[in-house]
Design a protein around this ligand. Sequence first.
Ligand code: TYD
Length: 149
Amino acid sequence: MSEPVRVPALATVEDCRLIELPTVPDPRGKLSIVESARQVPFEIKRFYYLYEVSAGATRGGHAHLRLHQFLIGISGSFDVRVSDGASERQVMLNRPHIGLYIPPMIWRDMSNFSSGSVCAVLASDFYDEDDYLREYDAFVAARRGAGTA
Ligand code: TYD
């Protein structure tokens, strides 16, 4: 069996937090703002989004070794379940001015996407498949290897 991956610090689900974004109301509509390392606790290097999610589909199903992410329910709604291997939490994202910060080494999956929903994701780094832990057991082993969980 291979050695578990070692990581410097371990977040828990308590470190996953909802962040309300500054919003500029206007009779013409609203405008919400996210700036790198200001409203979110990391430098933003990447933006991607999930849309046209198939009915009943689950996305995510992995953790990241080093990546910080911020998820926003830009349109519609979906549930995000986060787990640190010991505890889990679930939040519904359904407001365009509220996002969920997810630190590294937290398992997440997204489900119950409403029709037409859009999940925006801001990330602290470029895409790197080597940063993924896609097997739950490997994720738990990696946390144990880092000394907690
Ligand atoms: P994945 O991160 O597993 O999607 P989700 O967690 O939202 O279900 O990525 C799905 C596929 O897309 C996978 O083959 C990798 C690819 N991908 C990129 O090429 N670049 C990216 O920035 C992301 C997020 C994914």
